[in-house]
Write a protein that binds this ligand. Structure first.
Ligand code: ADP
Ligand code: MG
Length: 245
């Protein structure tokens, strides 16, 4: 579903130029959840933004559903992979009713007006259809993140790019949102790339995880490795030792 070869991303010019992602490769099969774990600033979000088509600083090759994408994507290519961001407070327009939050991507991508899909989309993420009328400030953090997930799914993507999707939420609702994501993946045969600095989240969700450090992948762990705390690099070993998995 996703094939990436030698993806590099650099920001800035001349002296200020900074290589943030250093020739990384990855592939994700349909229906699989690939995790990317690593310390803050190592380049995780930059990889996701490149995959989503939100960042054009990348070099290398990105294939989605078998097709190599250019920096400027076709509408079909943009629809394929949708992003869910960490902070549902800043990713949802504060003065728009939830129904408008949900239909806007549909309309901007010329996928119909979307109004008839609002109720089912909310119910699918475990919210009452009546929430369509509400404003974001009337929802909890977990409910808002459910709205953000519903908004991404409105466009019927095959891939969800999840950037720390539960990091901004209370611990008590994190598991609920993760379980929702697992159920949705199963129901819709979705493919996930899940970025987190939290190894417990990664262990709960992922079939495979890439360990990222300073813009490179330094280790790859299977679900079995995760379960048994097996690592293949000093860095991953340190990361695990510092976590509570
Ligand atoms: N648009 C940008 N312009 C300049 N530097 C950026 C930009 N986006 C990210 N960076 C830098 O790239 C590095 C990696 O960022 P990021 O991918 O957000 O890391 P992570 O998600 O792993 O915390 C950071 O040093 C960050 O400051
Ligand atoms: Mg990030």
């Amino acid at each position: 579903m996703i094939d990436v070869k030698d993806l590099s991303v650099a920001f800035g010019q001349g002296e200020a130029r900074k290589q943030v992602v250093k020739s990384v490769s990855l592939s994700v099969a349909k229906g699989e959840t690939l995790g990317i774990v690593g310390e803050s600033g190592c380049g995780k979000s930059t990889v996701l933004r490149s995959l989503a088509g939100l960042d054009r600083h990348w070099e290398g090759e990105i294939k989605l559903a078998g097709t190599a994408v250019a920096k400027t994507r076709t509408r079909e290519q943009l629809l394929l992979a949708q992003m869910v961001f960490q902070d549902p407070y800043s990713s949802i327009h504060p003065r728009h009713r939830i129904e408008r939050v949900l239909v806007e991507p549909m309309q901007s991508m010329k996928r119909g007006d979307g109004w008839d899909k609002v109720g089912p989309a909310l119910e699918q993420v475990g919210l009452p259809a009546a929430f369509a009328e509400r404003f974001p400030h009337e929802l909890s953090g977990g409910q808002r993140q459910r709205v953000a997930i519903a908004r991404a799914l409105m466009l019927e993507p095959e891939v969800l790019l999840l950037d720390e999707p539960t990091s901004a939420l209370d611990v008590s609702v994190q598991a609920e949102v993760l379980n929702l994501l697992s159920d949705l993946r199963e129901q819709r045969n979705l493919t996930y790339v899940l970025v987190s600095h939290d190894l417990a989240v990664i262990g709960h969700m992922c079939d495979r995880v890439l360990v990222m450090k300073d813009g490179s992948f330094v280790d790859e762990l299977t679900r079995d490795d995760l379960k048994h705390g097996r690592t293949h690099s000093d860095y991953a070993r340190e990361l695990f030792a510092a976590s509570y998995l």
